[in-house]
Design a protein around this ligand. Structure first.
Ligand code: PMP
Length: 379
């Protein structure tokens, strides 16, 4: 129950275990082409250019920045946690001038502050994190993307902890890049960087004046490959992660069969009931209010007087694996529970049961079944 890698569907794992074919075998070309097409459905980006590349979410972030940003470009980084700041690290490496707007822990950057910054200086792009996995804070990318359009600034969204779990309409909202990694709500073991670029993003990349400073991530190498697979033609730049791509097609089909809107609603319903159950235990979540709390994970403060390591180890003894804190300044003050992908009511019942038992053993004053009752009532 950690926020990635998540628990994977048996069909996805089975697809992964097939005999590895050539990356230009006709069957595999079909699978790759299908996966690219299915990505457009999940991202809601019918005119978008999808990329599937072996690597992690950080590679997808790197790919967006290295292709779109040139040295000395101004970029506005909007951060609500650890992963927001990672964009600043990447941008600095490629010689961009960054301005960071950092939300206090558990909060989002106010839209007025974003507009003020955009008014103050001409920016080439802005970056934002849909769900920062370190804080469990969810932002609303729609008004930010609208502002980016108004000021003619490219918008880049880290959707690693949101794509296929949170509401997203890339094209309607006008976001230029939405990127993710396979191991989260997309539901495939770690190893794939997934990215969708808008037509404008591709144009900006085509019109750049300096070469892309990263050989592996350069779209000049990958765009022809993506286009070839979609045209069902063989091609090669770097050997694709064949088995992971087969698993990706299976998972994207599962997602699209459930229906992306229905799937997001399932995440919202489970997350909302889970937060109520957490509140019933008098525990506090990191996000300052429920309307900025992610539906893919919940970050919860340890109650006063309870040792976090002891609590987590007691929960683990009930065979429930949760994650500790990530944000360095409060790392030991909270824990995180992932609830994305194929997560079910039963998974969260198991978490709440293990959490209650652990708390009671540590003499935290709650009655047996308190959160379980609230959770089930809410559902
Ligand atoms: N962004 C967010 C929001 C993440 O949660 C993560 C991974 N937890 C990353 C970026 C980086 O992804 P990866 O670990 O796959 O490189």
């Amino acid at each position: 129950m950690i926020p990635g890698p998540i628990e994977f569907e048996p069909d996805v794992l089975q697809a992964m275990s097939m005999a590895t074919t050539s990356h230009v075998a006709p069957d595999f070309i079909e699978v790759f082409g299908n996966s690219l097409e299915l990505m457009r459905e999940v991202w809601k980006a019918p005119k978008g250019q999808p990329f599937i590349v072996a690597g992690t979410g950080t590679l997808a972030m790197d790919m967006a920045i290295t292709n779109l940003i040139e040295p000395a470009d101004n970029v506005l980084v909007i951060s609500s946690g650890y992963f927001g700041k990672r964009f600043q690290d990447i941008l600095s490496r490629y010689g961009a001038n960054t301005t960071i707007l950092e939300a206090p822990v558990g909060e989002v950057v106010p839209i007025e502050d974003i507009e003020k910054a955009l008014k103050n200086k001409p920016y080439k792009a802005l970056t934002m994190t849909h769900v920062d996995t370190s804080t469990g804070v969810l932002i609303d990318p729609k008004p930010i993307a609208k502002l980016a359009k108004k000021y003619n600034v490219l918008s880049i969204l880290d959707g690693v902890c949101s794509v296929a779990g949170e509401t997203l309409q890339q094209e309607e909202w006008g976001i230029d890049v939405v990127l993710t990694a396979s191991q989260k709500a997309v539901g495939v073991p770690p190893g794939l960087a997934l990215l969708m670029a808008s037509e404008k993003a591709i144009q900006v990349w085509q019109n750049r004046k300096t070469p892309v400073c990263n050989y592996y991530a350069d779209w000049s190498n990958w765009l022809p490959i993506m286009k070839a697979y979609e045209a069902r033609k063989p091609s090669y730049f770097g050997t694709p992660a064949v088995n992971l791509v087969v698993a990706l097609e299976t998972s994207l089909k599962i997602i699209c069969n459930e229906g992306i809107d229905k799937r997001v609603k399932r995440h919202q319903k489970l997350a909302s009931a889970f937060r109520k159950a957490i509140a019933a235990l008098h525990l506090e979540i990191l996000p300052k209010s429920n309307n900025i709390a992610a539906n893919t994970l919940t970050a919860v403060f340890y109650p006063k007087g309870i040792d976090g390591t002891a609590l987590r180890s007691k929960i683990a003894s009930s065979n429930v694996i949760i994650a500790g804190g990530l944000l360095s300044e409060i790392k030991n003050d909270y824990f995180r529970i992932g609830h994305m992908g194929s997560v079910s009511v039963n998974d969260l019942l198991a978490v709440l049961g293990a959490l209650e038992r652990a708390l009671i053993e540590l003499e935290y004053p709650i009655a047996n079944g308190e959160s379980l009752q609230v959770f089930l009532q809410e559902l």
